[in-house]
Ligand binder design. Sequence first.
Ligand SMILES: NC(=O)c1ccc[n+]([C@@H]2O[C@H](COP(=O)([O-])OP(=O)(O)OC[C@H]3O[C@@H](n4cnc5c(N)ncnc54)[C@H](OP(=O)(O)O)[C@@H]3O)[C@@H](O)[C@H]2O)c1
Length: 248
Amino acid sequence: MHNPFTLEGKTLLVTGASSGIGRAVAIECSRAGARVLITARNEERLRETLSRMEGDAHTLIAADLSGEEDHTRLIACIPALDGLVHCAGLTRTKLFPFVDRETLDEVMAVNFTAPALLSARLVREKKLRKGGSIVFISSISGSGCVWAGNAMYSASKGAINGLMKNMALDLAQKGIRVNSMNPGMVETPIVDAGVITPEQLEADKKRYPLKRYGRPEEVAYGVIYLLSGASAWMTGSALVLDGGYTLL
Ligand SMILES: NC(=O)c1ccc[n+]([C@@H]2O[C@H](COP(=O)([O-])OP(=O)(O)OC[C@H]3O[C@@H](n4cnc5c(N)ncnc54)[C@H](OP(=O)(O)O)[C@@H]3O)[C@@H](O)[C@H]2O)c1
């Protein structure tokens, strides 16, 4: 059967695969036929992801991406890739007057610096094949959607989209495409990491025209499109996936 979205024959690296969106991306990409290397810090939760993936060609590599030592170790044990999906991320909520260097560095290290440096090294060390696709999980909060206390996270996601567009231009000559997915709120553990009460969450969901948050696999389906041959002419795009939130 003709399937332009197949990932058959592709080898991918998915970061943040121990939880939420990264876990769903790893599982759905394995179902779409890819061989997937998964990484995050927590090995036990990575094993749980691995156990839910289809096929047995996949590999788990535990690594802390906030430091470059683990980038070196990770890169040393991965083969040439057809796709790279940056899902690792964290959020820290502080009203702007209380923003401090330590927290800002923590957020930027995982949400911006790690994906930027890891991508650059993979390209330099020829671990991304011609025709390859890099996907960042950014957020609608990186392009103008604001929430109280979300300045650091928002800035890190805005930075990712700026990086993505410049990378797309610089890497086009190598035949490597670069795009981002920009979800609204998605039902994952990161949603519980803030200071929002369950009542506030329920009220917030009602603000979405489709009246709910997204599901991790719904982000994964968009990622599959960006990794597959179906999006071969798309680079430098920030795809929004938000149940209509930004319409209003
Ligand atoms: N959920 C949402 O509403 C939403 C909306 C828009 C965008 N996003 C973005 O989507 C991405 C995934 O978020 P999620 O909702 O799936 O969150 P999550 O369930 O909390 O998952 C975050 C992942 O990042 C990994 N991670 C965190 N720090 C790391 C580090 N230092 N080194 C390596 N891995 C690290 C975690 O693994 P370990 O703890 O095992 O290291 C985990 O696998 C993030 O970039 C987030 O900003 C989420």
